[in-house]
Design a protein around this ligand. Structure first.
Ligand code: PLP
Length: 448
């Protein structure tokens, strides 16, 4: 059967119903083509894409440099398995990630939440030498970061936070903070400990979160038994909650004091979404391990654990790896992605987009004060939290928006946060048009 034979929306929906399990929850959108900030369904209807396949298209669909790199690599070879036959794209990407590692110590953040303007970005003061492990998905990378931290420290404990999302594998679903991802799938992995994360809109301050960690270390686990803490600098699935600068700094100090490995999960917040290549650059803090994924592969499955060389070398030979990890085509795409993300033009445009989105979202929030509770985020990683603590209103908004030609996602523990993930290649006209559709959909929700 040729694929085109089924290319109508209804036929694809019917086949999905028949052959794909319901556990893979889908919207009923059927995509057949995508370019830049737009996609088209099987019936030819055009949509603006403010979802990017969940944060995987920060450069927009079909970025020319990324597509060219993929084509060139496809013509050389598709797969080798790095453990069987080494190849250049893998080591070149590891070198590039070393180059871009957020080395902190650049005078501190000027663009954390509550501050204005971008910091100097990745420091020119090179500190840690890093090495990189490449794998296939964010969850696999987080699993490996935990393995590396455990091997390096000889400890088992893992500290994670409220509202965290780290993946759906056995270990990462235990690290993730939402029932839907783990209910009925136990037994869950042990030695995972959860602490509160700052969430000012819900009344949790940095001081509360630090007190929560102190309690955790008194009540549940000795800090000397903790291998790593894992934190998203801007919590993604949890509701686009930017971590305050003082919290990240306090964690860094706490890790240093207790010999705990600081794992920075930038699977969603990284790869340019917040303006800098890595969100942590804006905090002036250097992690011990950084996990990247999503946009990294430019649309191909790829994720990375990059970190201090002595930690990365802690696992014994053969302890890390996988058949497809660091696939050469995905590596070639990632090299092009990182070149684009680290160009000065990208950063400048991301900053403009952040300003445009933020000011329009503030206007929209002011227009619907009973519906929108808060506008928040970091850089162009922005969201609206709705006042209703259920997903109903957000669902009504995203559904209405899609009817009117805008693909939007919700997130948050209650499903009541509408997150914006437009490509950072979108034009002002596309952004304004998408925001207009969002505004109308909110208007609809507020009246009906
Ligand atoms: N970590 C964060 C912060 C994420 O947002 C995600 C996915 O949404 C993951 C890890 C897991 O990534 P993947 O879905 O590629 O396994």
């Amino acid at each position: 059967m040729r694929l085109e034979e089924r290319a109508s929306t209804d036929a694809i929906r019917r086949a999905r119903e028949r052959y794909v399990p319901r556990g893979v929850a889908t919207t009923d959108l059927v995509v057949t083509r995508a370019w830049g900030a737009r996609l088209w369904d099987a019936d030819g209807t055009e949509y603006l894409d403010f979802a990017g396949g969940i944060a995987c298209q920060n450069l927009g669909h079909g970025n020319a440099a990324v597509v060219r790199a993929i084509h060139e690599q496809v013509d050389r070879y598709l797969h080798q398995c790095f453990m069987v036959g080494m190849y250049e794209p893998y080591v070149a990407l590891a070198e590039k990630l070393d180059d871009l590692y957020p080395r902190g110590a650049n005078g501190g953040p000027t663009y954390g939440p509550g501050a204005a303007g971008f910091a100097g970005g990745a420091s020119s003061l090179r500190q840690a030498a890093t090495k990189t492990l490449l794998v296939n998905s964010g969850a696999e990378a987080i699993e490996n970061a935990v393995k590396i931290a455990r091997a390096a420290t000889g400890r088992a404990g893992v500290v994670v936070f409220d509202h965290a999302f780290h993946g759906r594998t056995n270990l990462t679903m235990a690290m993730t903070s939402k029932l839907v991802y783990k209910q009925g799938f136990g037994p869950l992995a042990t030695d995972i400990h959860r602490a509160p994360a700052p969430y000012p809109y819900h009344g949790v301050s940095t001081a509360d979160a630090i007190r929560g960690l102190e309690l955790l270390f008194k009540q549940d686990v000795d800090a000397r038994d903790v291998a790593c803490i894992v934190l998203e600098p801007v919590q993604g699935e949890g509701g686009f909650i930017p971590m305050p600068v003082d919290f990240i700094r306090a964690l860094r100090e706490l890790c240093d004091a207790h010999g705990i490995v600081y794992v920075d999960d930038e699977v969603q917040a990284g790869c340019g979404r917040t303006g800098t290549v890595w969100a942590l650059e804006q905090y002036g803090v250097e992690p011990d391990l950084l996990v990247a994924g999503k946009t990294l592969g430019g649309g191909l499955p790829l994720a990375a654990v990059t970190g201090r060389a002595e930690l990365m070398d802690a696992p014994h030979p053969g302890g890390l790896g996988g058949t497809f990890g660091g696939n050469p085509v995905a590596c070639a795409a990632a090299l092009a992605v990182l070149d684009e993300l680290s160009s000065p033009g990208f950063r400048e445009r991301a900053e403009q987009i952040a300003t445009l989105l933020r000011s329009r979202l503030d206007e929209i929030a002011a227009r619907f004060p009973t519906v929108v509770g808060e506008v928040r985020g970091l850089g162009a990683m922005l969201a609206l939290e709705l006042t209703e603590r259920s997903g109903d209103a957000a669902k009504a908004v995203t559904t209405k928006a899609r009817e009117n030609g805008l693909v939007l996602l919700s997130c948050g523990l209650y499903g009541n946060v509408i997150r914006l993930l437009p490509p950072l290649s979108a034009t002002d006209e596309e952004l304004e048009r998408g925001l207009g559709i969002l505004e109308d959909a909110l208007g609809n929700a507020s009246t009906g």
